[in-house]
Write a protein that binds this ligand. Structure first.
Ligand code: ASP
Length: 596
């Protein structure tokens, strides 16, 4: 007899001791089946959990025989009575007090031999998991991640709705919106030879919405950036994008802090304290060598350039003469750092372009501290002074780096992060949120011999720095703010330029000449002439938020159907070739492909 599976009495993770003796109807997937040569036990699973089903050999009208033939991931519906497990209670399972003695079973759908078992995720290649993503997503961890993602999105929507933001959809088929990546292009059939670009962000549209008088806009929106993929990037990803009119930096930051509080509370039940700390980009670079510092642990960078004049060490001396710096970091109580480990770190630093990794060990001497190993013989004369300055004690190791400020920052940041893992100094379950502000508006690119925006070309300079735009652009700071969580940038935004003359000036500083500005951004420049209120906003990388909150290793683990690192989708096979007819319709012809 068919079981009315649309009338489930419970979900598979719901039954408890108080349900004993109830008649129930469950439906779900076979998680595991065990034939104990008499009684057959089957675990039935849905998104809420697992219940043990008991099939007695008789007299259940064929149910026992059906149970013997089940495969993992068959879809079944059962009816039966809830029994106590008696002495076989399993305290590890939420439903472990009970089991369901089945009187009827119906197989709703049989499962073919599986490409991988659900509990085999470590054995299974990511390619295979993504190829059969619908099976992979059945795993309880993946179920939980996407549900956490939903809770985050919901908390965000509710919060911004309560604060008078409206959600407006902005176009996907549009013009290039520069955020520093390549565009994904879509050919137009009706305008042969013309292309749309998929938005790298809704940046310009949200600014236009402020000019249009909507006051507060927030949208959970997909963005597209064609860039070389790293572990935490995807060609399409989701932002919570927002913009507010008549605001200063503090207003946007306060609004974001409120939302962060809400997200942490609703998604994880964690209380965070606001206002969040703020740090200038200059201070972050000085202390941590990076503009998104992980402040959960110390090992801060110390500038010791001034001490090096007193020692006879050519490497440092030469770097300083060329305008470089010497900085160090102290690994506390680092006896566990063997020669093998420090040699390995030196190799790693070389691998990312560094020259070497001078170090000394700090020891207890007869009259205070002494240095040993590495560059000890050069630095011994300043040992006591240096240790005092950088807070080094016996048992510590001091690592040095010399070169340009940018290089030293890069390598010491790398080292700091690696040492934190090796020495296991990162506290668990800690959420360090922090604002980084006052970035340089533009940075000089030696290779291309031109200025680039640190954020994007619509970011406003600090008012007091505007005169420097003509004389010393590299010194101009901006009205941007990045939100950093445990060393990961999870949101970034700014107050925008709302004056056409300033916007033109920035375009020309960035080498976007009048012609190019006209072609690419005329519509924005024009809009700025028709009553643009002061405005600003921010965008959160929603995938990164969920990745951090769920403790996932990769951004791909928090996206239902992600692309691989080669930007393909193994499930659908996208991207794929198209027919000649489609190409013809678009007036496109393909060049010979590399290697063909
Ligand atoms: N459009 C920026 C981005 O996508 C965010 C912002 O400035 O609001 O990173």
């Amino acid at each position: 007899m068919a079981i009315p599976y649309n009338k489930r009495s419970h979900r598979c993770g719901e039954l408890r001791g108080c349900d004993i003796d109830k008649q129930v109807l469950l439906a779900g997937w076979v998680n595991a089946a065990r034939d104990h040569g008499g009684v057959v036990f089957v675990d039935i699973r849905d998104h809420t959990g697992v219940t043990q089903l008991r099939f007695n050999p008789a007299p259940t009208g064929g149910a026992h025989e059906t149970a013997q033939r089940l495969h993992n991931e068959d879809v079944i519906a059962v009816t039966g009575r809830v029994l106590s497990r008696g002495e076989w209670v399993n305290p590890k399972m939420p439903t472990g007090e009970i089991e369901v003695e089945v009187d009827q079973i119906e197989v709703l759908s049989e499962c073919a031999p599986l490409p991988f078992q659900l509990n085999d995720e470590f054995e299974t290649s990511e390619e295979t998991r993504l190829r059969y993503r619908y099976i992979d997503l059945r795993r309880p961890e993946m179920q939980e991640v996407l549900r956490l993602r939903h809770r985050v999105a919901r908390a965000i929507r509710e919060y911004f709705h309560e604060n008078d933001f409206i959600e407006v959809e902005t176009p996907f088929l549009t013009k290039s919106t520069p955020e520093g990546a390549r565009d994904y292009l879509v050919p137009s059939r009706v305008q042969p030879g013309s292309f749309f670009a998929l938005p790298q962000s809704p940046q310009i549209f949200k600014q236009l919405l402020m000019i249009a008088g909507y006051d507060r806009y927030a949208q959970i929106v997909r963005c597209f950036r064609d860039e070389d993929l790293r572990a935490d990037r995807q060609p399409e990803f989701t932002q919570l994008d927002l913009e507010m009119a008549f605001v200063q930096r503090e207003d946007v930051m306060a609004m974001v802090e409120g939302s962060a509080k809400r997200i942490f509370k609703d998604a994880l039940g964690v209380e965070i304290t606001t206002p969040l700390p703020r740090m200038t980009e200059e201070e972050a670079m000085e202390r941590f060598g990076i503009d998104r510092p992980d402040t959960r642990f110390g090992m801060e960078l110390k500038d010791v350039t001034e001490f090096m004049g007193e020692v006879d060490f050519k490497v440092f001396r030469e770097a300083i003469d060329q305008g470089g710096v010497v900085k160090c970091l102290v690994a506390k109580q680092a006896e566990s750092l063997t020669r093998k480990i420090t040699d390995g770190l030196t190799e790693e630093i070389r691998g990312i372009g560094g020259a070497g990794l001078p170090l000394v060990k700090v020891n207890k001497g007869d009259n205070g501290v002494t240095f040993s190993t590495g560059v000890a013989k050069f630095l011994q004369p300043i040992c006591a002074k240096l240790c005092e300055q950088v807070g080094a004690d016996p048992g510590d190791v001091i690592f040095f780096m010399t070169g340009t400020f940018a290089d030293v920052s890069k390598y010491l940041h790398y080292l700091r992060t690696r040492l934190a893992t090796i020495l296991d100094v990162i506290p668990k379950d800690r959420w360090d949120l922090l604002w980084v502000i006052d970035f340089p508006l533009v940075v000089w690119d030696e290779e291309e011999q031109r200025w680039f925006s640190t954020h994007h070309p619509f970011t406003a300079p600090l008012d007091e720095d505007i005169p420097l735009l003509d004389t010393d652009p590299g010194k101009v700071r901006d009205k941007a703010y990045d939100l950093v969580l445990n060393g990961i940038e999870i949101a970034g935004g700014s107050i925008r330029i709302h004056r056409q003359d300033v916007q033109r000036k920035i375009f020309s500083l960035l080498g976007i000449g009048p012609e190019e500005a006209k072609e690419k951004f005329e519509f924005l420049l024009e809009a700025l002439r028709f009553g643009a209120p002061p405005h600003g906003g921010i965008a959160y990388g929603l995938d990164r938020w969920v990745m951090m909150l769920s403790g996932s290793e990769s951004i791909r683990d928090v996206i239902a159907f992600p692309k691989t690192q080669r930007a393909v989708c193994p499930l659908t096979g996208a991207p794929g070739p198209v027919s000649q007819a489609q190409l013809d319709e678009l007036y496109l012809s393909l060049k010979a492909l590399p290697g063909s």
